[in-house]
Structure formats: C-alpha cells, structure tokens
Design a protein around this ligand. Structure first.
Ligand code: R5P
Length: 282
C-alpha cells in the first residue's frame, strides 16, 4: 500500500502514510499554459490511498485527475474536507444537489471512501461505493486537555453541532452545552438567548466548520455578555473565508484552531492517525 495526495492535502497525506507505515508517492503538479491542471505521479502500488480535500474547485479537479492517474490500482479515497457537502438539499427551486454531484464524480475509479466530519452523514449515500465517515472530535478534546483553561466549558453554536460537542467533551471530561441558531444568510445568523452560567469560565466553542466565522462570532458575543472569562474556538475544517480568522480574533476570540483536513497555520490537531486507523480497520 502507498499513499498519494493532492497539493492542498500533502501534509495530512504524509501523516496518514506515517500512520499506515506506508510509502508516499511523489507527484509533480503543474499547469498547461492555458491554466489547465496537469500532474504526473511516481510509481503507484497495487493498493493506493488517495488523500485530497475538496477545498476549492481547483482542488476538486486535481483530485479527479489524481484518481484517474491511479487507474488500475485498488484505490481508497480519503476526502478530509468535502466542499459542496453543505448544499445537500435543493433548498430553493432550480438549485443543484451539489453534494451528490461531487460524491458521484469522486466515486469513479475508487473502491471505498473515507470522509472526515462530513457536514451531514446522509451525503455518504451519494457515493456509489461504500463510504465511511470518521470524527476528529476526540482528537480535538484530547488537544484541549493540554491547554491551560479555567473552569472550561465546551459549547456547540447550534443543535447540529451538539453531538460533536458532546464527543469533544467526553474526551476531555468537561461540561458542555449548545445554543440554538437560525441562519439568516450566508454570513448572518441569529441565536436564541440562553443563560449558560459561564461567568468567570473559559468557553471553547466547537463546530465542524468555520467558514465566514459568523456563527462563532455571534456565539462569542453572547458569551462575553454573560461574563465568560475567555472564549476560544475550535473546529475540524478551518475554511476561514473572507478573513474569518482575523474577524474572530479582532472580535475578542482569544484563540482559534482547527485540524489539518484543511491545512492551515493554526492546524494544531492532525487527523492523520485517526484516518490511518480507520483505513486499517475497514
Ligand atoms: C452549519 O451548520 C455548520 O455546522 C457551521 O456552523 C457553519 O457552516 C459555519 O459557517 P460560518 O462560519 O459561515 O458561520
């Protein structure tokens, strides 16, 4: 077995390889003069693990090309961050079911798929091969235990993240709670007031994705009004669109970190070992 990755997932790809005690395959990535992607792999194995997050449309094309370049091998596809997964329904007439489009395209040429904290597990049914989702909640929880926090509480910003927050809290043995969120637009959310008893506490808001940061910013503001001592934010997928990281820090969030499903300078938790263990167990 060997491991290969797209450009945006090269660090996580190497960590997955370390967890599997497998060799990595070198890839030369470039573009044609007109901007089209080109790649050429080194010698692949009969069994390949292909690691590629769909962080952008370019990353998606690169991943499709990489899967095709591994044709003839038994391919396990790891999609650490699956962009387009949030468009998992037709919310309005005339919209595409984008999650299905991406899942179907990625299914061609692979035998099985592993995703990480996919936005909605129902999306797995759109892959045309067996697909399994793995959670990095425990990895985040273990990381939190190494931080110097006072009266720590884990908070989910919405009911959708409540299960995830419970898993994080189980790994660090802290209390947890959740808020109720209504999304008003792509950037704006409203949260129902809830008394959380956070006065003097350090609160860690946890979510699957930080995209615009609107969700975390709204929750953090409510927590500060209720006397929280310090507010931190942690997520699996640090998308941080439109300057979200700076927006959160500027808005008083003490620190923000994510995992390496999207490779960032603040990727302080790696999914490499958990993903490797999942592949071994499959
Ligand atoms: C939504 O259901 C997700 O779990 C996240 O809360 C959401 O995607 C975060 O987006 P943003 O950072 O743009 O508020």
């Amino acid at each position: 077995m060997k491991v290969i990755s797209t450009e945006p997932s090269q660090i996580l790809g190497a960590r997955v390889a370390a967890g599997l005690e497998a060799e990595v395959v070198d890839v030369r990535f470039s573009r044609f003069p007109d901007g089209e992607h080109y790649l050429q792999t080194g010698t692949v194995d009969e069994e390949m693990v292909i690691v590629g997050s769909v962080t952008t449309s370019d990353a998606f094309v690169q991943l499709l090309l990489l899967i095709d370049a591994c044709e003839g091998s038994e391919n396990t596809l790891v999609v650490p961050y699956m962009g387009y997964a949030r468009q998992d329904k037709r919310f309005n007439p005339g919209e595409p079911l984008s999650a299905r489009v991406v899942a179907a395209a990625l299914s061609r040429g692979v035998s099985r798929v592993v995703t990480v904290n996919i936005h909605e597990e129902g999306v797995l049914s759109h892959f045309r091969v067996p697909a399994k989702n793995v959670s990095l909640a425990s990895d985040i929880g273990r990381h939190l235990t190494g931080m110097d926090l006072n009266l720590p509480i884990i908070l989910a910003p919405d009911e959708g993240a409540a299960h995830f927050a419970g898993q994080v809290a189980a790994a660090c043995h802290w209390e947890w709670d959740y808020l109720k969120k209504t999304r008003l637009s792509g950037e704006e959310v409203r949260m129902e007031p809830k008394h959380l008893g956070v006065s003097g506490c350090d609160v860690v808001i946890v979510d699957d994705i930080i995209s615009t940061g609107g969700t975390i910013a709204t929750a953090a503001s409510m927590l500060r009004q209720q006397g929280a001592r310090r507010v931190y934010a942690a997520c699996v997928h640090g998308v941080f669109t439109g300057g979200a990281f700076m927006h959160l820090i500027g808005g008083g969030v003490r620190d923000v970190f994510c995992t390496d499903t999207v490779e960032r300078a603040c990727s302080r938790v790696s999914g490499g070992k958990t993903i490797a263990d999942t592949i071994i167990a499959c």
